[in-house]
Design a protein around this ligand. Structure first.
Ligand code: T4K
Length: 427
């Protein structure tokens, strides 16, 4: 790793021909790997058992562990959160229109559209970047059947106000809790809010099952429907009682999930250490603000997001990202440009004309930084040093990039980033 302190001029940056700060790409979402031996033992067990899927013993154990940790009565494990959301949406009987934030991963909107439901995009609150209850209230119409909130980057929605709005208008309330496993709201664990919540255990999540998801709920009837639906509607060996799909988690994923759960405290401690170091080392950098986590709640600290104010920094978020990528620091623009600016939504009216000011500002300014157990204090220090250098020389770097008619999108898509070219990620 090259010491950025040695950089004395803008020309030393990799984007202008200098040597990248990191020899290998530093990713935002390198998976956490727990006790490898325990995982391999479980893999041997399941192979010996010849029970690979269909509600095997590891899936059952995983479901019990998730339900216990979260403090809910029912957990249904799924192949990923996307399928989990689809099953939950069907089981809740949603149709017509559902209110959803635009500032989220595209899966949140796509699951609705995929099921023939219109996602009605709603703006978010400026601080926590979750559904703005006033905006939600204003969007409720005659075709609205539900609200799908997202606990973005582990920060829970305004659960109380959204519940009150849902009650008042007889709407179902579902939470996409893909980022919020292990987080609490007013001391209560995420997972027990609304009609149901859905977690993701994707490889990039701090607790991973390679791919995986889980629907959690306290509603007995809903849980029964979810169980039937995620197994083709089978209520016995040859009795099908309704429409269903294959939404089952397999045993290998559950084995990984159980192994991840055993190291959860360690993963959270590392995430917290990285987050606190980013906060400390970027404090006072004009125009850069690491989004804070509340000290009074339980957190997983899995996403370190920084707000880049282009006016104060003298350089845009996209230019900062480009400089980072050239240095092999693969920061991400989650969730640019917002779902309402992606297809198939942006071409359809009235979305085309819709303006969501807070969402659009966040989509232009937020940057997600590398963390997780693959990222240590020296890497965080080097990333912070890079960011301080870039902001310090913001206008100069920005002017140099403009001179080359440079933009981040073209840069990444044109395979110009050395890291991705080498890894074949962008081919
Ligand atoms: N709702 C919300 C709010 C979500 O954020 C997500 C998923 C979902 C629903 C749906 O959940 P799932 O159906 O996936 O369970 C990644 C993840 O694929 C996605 O799960 C996640 N959200 C989203 C925020 O991030 P990409 O397109 O950024 O993935 P990718 O391949 O670029 O990987 C991200 C980083 O991780 C890169 O730096 C590379 C690194 N990486 C990735 C993988 C897969 C590794 O180092 N190793 C790996 O195995 O979406």
């Amino acid at each position: 790793m090259q010491l950025l302190a040695n950089r004395s001029s803008t020309g030393d940056l990799a984007i202008f021909g200098g040597t990248p700060a990191f020899g290998e790409p530093l990713h935002v979402g390198r998976p956490n790997i727990g006790e490898r031996q325990r995982f391999l033992e479980r893999m041997n067990d399941l192979l010996d058992r010849r029970w690979l899927t269909n509600q095997g013993p590891y899936v059952q154990e995983f479901e019990r562990c998730i339900a216990d940790r979260v403090g809910v009565r029912h957990c249904v494990a799924t192949p990923n959160a996307t399928v989990g959301l689809e099953i939950a949406i069907r089981a809740l009987g949603l149709r017509g229109e559902v209110i959803v934030p635009s500032f989220t991963f595209i899966a949140t909107a796509h699951v609705l559209q995929w099921l023939g439901i219109t996602p009605v995009f709603c703006d978010v609150e400026p601080e926590r970047l979750t559904l703005d209850p006033d905006a939600v209230e204003a969007q409720v119409g005659p075709r609205t059947t539900g609200i799908l909130g997202v606990h973005l980057w582990g920060r829970p929605c305004d659960v109380e106000r959204l519940s009150a709005i849902a009650d008042c208008h007889h709407l179902r309330l579902l939470f996409d809790a893909a980022h919020a496993f292990g987080c609490s709201h007013n001391g209560q664990m995420v997972g027990s809010f609304g009609d149901a919540e859905v977690f993701s255990f994707h490889a990039t999540k701090f607790c991973n099952a390679f791919e995986g998801g889980a629907i959690v709920t306290n509603d007995e009837d809903l849980a029964r429907t979810l169980r039937l639906m995620h197994n083709f509607g089978f209520a016995g060996y040859d009795t099908v009682v309704g429409l269903g799909i294959n939404g089952k988690m397999n045993e290998a994923s559950a084995a990984m999930g159980l192994t991840s759960l055993e190291s959860l405290d360690e993963f959270i401690a590392v995430n917290r250490r990285n987050y606190e170091q980013y906060r400390r080392e970027l404090a006072g950098v004009r125009g850069l603000r690491v989004l804070p986590f509340s000290d009074s709640e339980r957190q997983n600290y899995q996403y370190v997001a920084v707000d880049v104010d282009a006016v104060e920094c003298g350089i845009s978020r996209d230019d900062v990202a480009a400089v980072c990528w050239a240095e092999n620091v693969l920061v991400r623009r989650y969730f640019f440009p917002g779902c309402h600016r992606m297809e198939p939504y942006r071409s359809s009216r009235p979305v085309r004309e819709q303006v969501l000011p807070v969402t659009e500002r966040a989509a232009e300014q937020m940057l997600t930084l590398p963390t997780g157990t693959a990222v240590g204090p020296s890497e965080v220090a080097a990333v912070c040093e890079l960011l301080r250098f870039v902001v310090h020389r913001g206008p100069e770097i920005s002017a140099a990039l403009r001179k080359q008619a440079f933009d981040f999108q073209t840069f990444t898509n044109a395979d110009a980033a050395p890291a991705l070219a080498r890894e074949g990620v962008l081919v």
